[in-house]
Ligand binder design. Sequence first.
Ligand code: UD1
Ligand code: CA
Length: 509
Amino acid sequence: MLHNNMRTIIISFNFFILLFTNTFAKGEGIVIHNNLQAIILAAEKSTRFNTGTSKLLAPLCGQAVVVYPARLFHELGVEVTVVTGHQKEDIESALNAQIESGIQYVHQAEQRGTGHALLCTKDMWNKEHIIIMNGDMPLVSPEIITKLYTMHIENNAAISFVIAPNDDPSFASYGRIVQDGSSIKIVEASEFRGLPIPQDYPVNAGVYLITKDFLVNYCNALQHNNAKNEFYITDLIGIANEADKNVCTLTASCDDIRGINTLQELVTAEQIKRTQLLNNFMKAGVRFMMPETNVIDLDVTIGRGTVIGAGVHLLGKTKIGEQCTIHPYTILDTAILEDNVTVHPHSVVSHSIIHAHAHIGPYAHLHLESDIGKHAYVGNFVEVKKSSLGVGTKAKHLTYLGDAIIGSRVNIGAGTIICNHDGKRKHTTTIKDNAYIGSNSTLIAPITIEENAYTAAGSTINKNVPASALAIGRALQVIKEGYAHKLRGTQPATPVTHTKPATKAPEDV
Ligand code: UD1
Ligand code: CA
């Protein structure tokens, strides 16, 4: 039913001017307001997602979908309450892992719609203005929130909410903004009940800023006599309008307000977020050889002048310094690289630090808090686990270094294996500065190779090696002249002279 005295104010995002900045306190560039609280709706099963796990837990650029809105408000200094229900424990622990302090939770045992989720939070309403947001919106920017808030205050609105042009066919299930003169309401797609759903009407984003007074006085007007037998939060718009309250809309772009209901929508949103991240890095002087092939997580940082090759994945809290080169198909997961590091193709580095000017790979695997010194070289088919290598140390070929503390300028020969595990426990190997580990050495931990010591190629070393000593631990070589003829049953062309078995000189390592 239309109401003649309705005062609907439609304000375009593009033309909006921030007039009430004095109501905000600014700290480190973040807008904070004390009179606002946020409620995030995150209780519903994710039926359309169809993976068996809540869409809100799906990683998007490495961060669970539900963490985006919570972090958005937390960083704006706004108190956050999250409504949880389906997979409650997992959602709450994903949030608590990312946001250290202050999230409050309300349990919605039975999911009876977005309006019902809001009603479940009634006891938490303690600020003059309450912003409610769907938990499945990872792309909303702080600017949208601050503009919505400022517009809401300026117009003394009961409800202000975000809308977007209906440009994308994937918005078919969204609520439509239906206006007639000064009346405004949201009609859910399901409520058109067989009638054509208007494609030219703007869509409802799922972000509502509502004064507490209005909520307290009118929340009981929400009904569930609709197609889904649910309480729709969106009905509050029509209720406010009919009650002659101010209703404001803020127009945002489609991409900013995308909700995630399906796996396709998750991929679309992730592509948008990733493109934003890549563009920011390019502005900051990072060269991507084939950006369309890179995977990059939200909390990654990269220094200027660094080059990222095709197919590189930068995950977790990876931090890359300046002037580094990360060659194709490398995966860095929570890796810290100082300046001028080169990682050659097909390497995997996780939870490890690589100091300046070091070279890694190709085909190297560094993990579990490994620490590679300045100018060190970890070459092809080398695995380094929970080990540190000092300045200029080299392990260039086919090697396993586990639980080792290795000093500076050490040479680890090809095929060296550290036997760190005795079947029950792991032990430490210490190799001190300038030691030289001959190729194909087997070092049985616990063991210490002192400074400047050598191990002979092919040795199995199970006793400590003193400083500047040579350790040989291998069978002596025996030569049996002409023995091949005996094995083959052939005759030698010339008579065989039998000699005594020869041994190699010990210095021949
Ligand atoms: C909702 C809006 C629609 C809008 C769209 C934007 C309603 C009725 N419709 O539809 O107008 O265009 O968002 O993306 O609000 N939730 C609960 N408890 C419930 C039901 C939902 O916590 O009982 C949570 C969900 O976990 C989700 C959010 O509310 O995070 C929105 O629910 P969803 O089912 O995604 O709503 P849409 O159908 O997308
Ligand atoms: Ca949704």
